[in-house]
Design a protein around this ligand. Structure first.
Ligand SMILES: Nc1ncnc2c1ncn2[C@@H]1O[C@H](COP(=O)(O)OP(=O)(O)O)[C@@H](O)[C@H]1O
Ligand SMILES: [Mg+2]
Length: 435
């Protein structure tokens, strides 16, 4: 093949030297056939190193050594350039029984590499990794692969999956990530036989994912993630959420609500209405997708499911009228949460926030920082309530009628806390106190 990409690889080092993105491949095949993603082909924008405005606990990589290439586009020197042979060895030739998942780009396999040298190792030795392999060498595959290398190669954050390296060889594009043992949020919510996630774990996941998205949105060159959905939220062993799959990410406009225009890409059921209608993509288009995922987490239902009765295929359209009403909400909430196992007031606060995230007018949608703040408020409410219920002063009978500990207790305990309505920067929904 003789592309500069592999030709430039430094033998004996797991860090790649000057690597530039390959130019156009021979565009001979159609975009990957992911039925969920809208089909359209779009060129990625050029990149520069996004610097820092970060929330607490976040960090960015130190500036990379200068690695310039044609057009100034370059690959982070902290990523390893793997050979295809190495990745075949790490995954036992992409054995079907090591497959972790399939997406719009291709299939993901579990493999093993040495922790220090990053050389392939035997199964069970070294550290596990996830190797994503494109289905074919379509132009769309290359663009998505480039976007992942660009964005994940430049950012380091506890709520973004870590990219270890990449490979482009024999018309195949591959990416090597840290292995996320609990897989995707999608599998936990929807796969048969999975243990239902508790309210607390759902909150933890929502907060982690919100932190990842808020981080991207507040970076100097705002990043629009564009494909926020349950299958792109991965979970480590402690249910810490990390965003993966940056194939559709773009740098956004720096100021206000202004937009970038793109061909429509994304996933049916999650994509914001203004984007679907006009191709105008805003930072707050991601907030819409976040609202959809939160709704999936609250209801345990997929964003789109044609197996549901007619009128319920689209979760947002069906559930929206129920989100501001306590009684209606109770009817659509995931029954696997159990009546006593979630805070009804907290759930209502969240569903009101979901409603704002799903607003057709992007100006009425909250920022991801606002969303994060509200999620943390609701989480705090739950934690305080649990503490209250386990304190020696708590007697269930004192709380009043009804069996919902958490919702009862929040009413008793919530006064004066930020969660009870004193949150900063968040417009209170009308009637909120009455609930
Ligand atoms: N790092 C990882 N660890 C564990 N499973 C993963 C990892 N990356 C991806 N997967 C699994 O593979 C699926 C598809 O991965 P994704 O990156 O979304 O691919 P695509 O770009 O093709 O959509 C995920 O939903 C998840 O189940
Ligand atoms: Mg995906």
């Amino acid at each position: 093949m003789g592309n500069c990409w592999r030709g430039c690889k430094q033998v004996g080092s797991h860090h790649s030297p000057v690597h530039t993105f390959p130019s156009s491949p021979e565009y001979r095949s159609a975009p990957n056939g992911d039925s969920k993603r809208h089909s359209a082909v779009e060129r990625s924008v050029s990149t520069s190193d996004p610097a820092a405005s970060a929330r607490g606990g976040e960090r960015r990589k130190a500036p990379e050594k200068s690695i310039s290439g044609g057009g100034g586009d370059s690959i982070s020197s902290s990523l390893k350039a793997f050979t295809l042979a190495e990745l075949k060895s790490a995954t036992r030739n992409f054995r079907p029984d090591s497959m972790l998942g399939v997406g719009g780009f291709g299939s993901v396999f579990k493999g093993w590499i040495d922790e220090n040298t990053l050389a392939p190792s035997r199964t069970g030795f070294g550290v596990p990794v996830a190797v994503k392999k494109s289905s074919n060498d379509s132009s769309q595959g290359l663009l998505e692969w480039q976007a992942e290398v660009r964005f994940l190669g430049k950012f380091t954050h506890p709520n973004l999956v870590k990219l270890v390296g990449y490979c482009w060889e024999d018309r195949q594009y591959l990416l090597v990530y840290e292995y996320m043992p609990k897989g995707s949020l999608e599998s936990h919510l929807f796969r048969k036989g999975m243990e239902p996630l508790s309210w607390e774990v759902r909150m933890k996941i929502a907060i982690g994912a919100a932190k990842g998205l808020a981080f991207l949105h507040t970076s100097e060159k705002k990043v629009i993630y564009r494909d926020f959905k349950a299958s792109n939220i991965l979970l480590d062993g402690d249910y810490n959420a990390k965003l993966s799959d940056f194939g559709l990410a773009k740098f956004g406009p720096v100021d206000g609500y202004s937009h970038v225009t793109t061909r429509v890409m994304g996933t049916h059921g999650y994509a914001a209405p203004e984007y679907l209608a006009t191709g105008h993509l805003y930072v707050r288009s991601d907030v819409y997708g976040f609202g959809v995922v939160l709704l999936e987490m609250l209801t345990g239902l997929r964003a789109v499911d044609t197996n549901r009765p007619s009128g319920q295929h689209n979760l947002v359209e069906w559930a929206k009228p129920c989100l501001s009403d306590k009684k209606k909400l109770r009817k659509i909430i995931d029954p696997r949460l159990g009546n006593d196992q979630y805070p009804q007031k907290g759930a209502l606060l969240l569903s009101q926030m979901v409603l704002k995230c799903l607003d057709h007018d992007i100006k009425n949608r909250p920022s991801m920082e606002d969303v994060l703040e509200r999620l943390e408020q609701v989480d705090l409410m739950t934690v305080r309530q649990k503490e209250f219920e386990t304190s020696p002063f708590y007697h269930k009978s004192d709380v009043g009628e009804g069996g919902n500990h958490l919702s009862r207790g929040v009413a008793v305990n919530g006064g004066g806390s930020r969660a009870a309505g004193g949150g900063q920067g968040w417009p209170l929904a009308s009637g909120q106190r009455a609930c």
